[in-house]
Design a protein around this ligand. Sequence first.
Ligand SMILES: Nc1nc2c(ncn2[C@@H]2O[C@H](COP(=O)(O)OP(=O)(O)O)[C@@H](O)[C@H]2O)c(=O)[nH]1
Ligand SMILES: [Mg+2]
Length: 321
Amino acid sequence: MSIEELVDGVLAGRRRHLAKLIALIENEDPAAAEALSLLYRHTGRAHIVGITGPPGSGKSTIVTRMTSEYRKRGRTVGIVAVDPSSPFTGGALLGDRIRMQEHSLDDGVFVRSMGTRGHLGGIARATSDVVRAIDASGKDIIIVETVGAGQSEVEIIDIAHTVVVTDVPGSGDDIQAIKAGIMEIADIFVVNKKDLPGADKKAAEINTMLDLDQNMGQWRPPVLLTNGRTGEGIPELVDKIDEHMVYLRESGALEEKGLQRSRDELHQIMEYRLTQELLSRLQGRPEYEEAIRKIAKRDDDPYTVAQRLIAEFLAGFSRQV
Ligand SMILES: Nc1nc2c(ncn2[C@@H]2O[C@H](COP(=O)(O)OP(=O)(O)O)[C@@H](O)[C@H]2O)c(=O)[nH]1
Ligand SMILES: [Mg+2]
């Protein structure tokens, strides 16, 4: 398949082409970067929703339920699950699995699980590229499921417009499940398993914590109660996610997020490319090896050497331009 064919297929929303592109991304094939660069202009349309929380709190179950709700509302859905424990076959009940399989026959749903190992460029990079590919294919909503912060290498906040944090009743009075870092990134809290004792108490604790938050902006994260097994509370969750997007648009936060993301991404790419460029010129050169030996023998120091090499590189660069 040529790059043009691949790109056209993805833009037309063809599942086979999207799957092929994702395989290229996962294999870090240079063709993936080429395709993504052609697709870039066609991205930025999807509402990207991150869902994070402790393992077993019901994220995959909720994602399955949300998918049904979105489809009912006529919207298309992409799902990226970044979970080493293979989320859509692991913890979920047989019923959940069957529901997800029903979605697998639906062209309006695209599901992808990503292993967390084997990404040289980092799982965050790969995930963000996979999300971008799905975005280009025209899905309205893209849900990214990751295990709770601290255990995940994915900084979901960098990718998502809206972050949903899940918790369950009785997961510790000191709210150990919802750690300070994860509190701050939540746009919406979900206390799942409302059928278990202590769900209201948990929701009240989170609300108290929010009341004490000094740094809260205009959006106060709502705290919702859900039952993943029955689907109770899911339409309300989908409503709140929509409301959050309206807030982002109207407050200017969406535009700001977009700029920040573009700045960070350009920065990352330049940093990576510059380093590659510099090292490819230096590696294997006798002077370079000699400089390294001198540093090891304490005849020179790495700070001075790095400064000199970069200065030489930039001098060559300014001669070229
Ligand atoms: N009792 C109860 N169990 C639930 C609920 N939602 C999900 N579960 C169960 O919790 C377990 C873990 O769910 P899963 O979606 O795999 O959690 P994840 O690890 O956060 O993705 C499964 O056995 C689900 O069936 C709920 O609302 N109530
Ligand atoms: Mg899961």
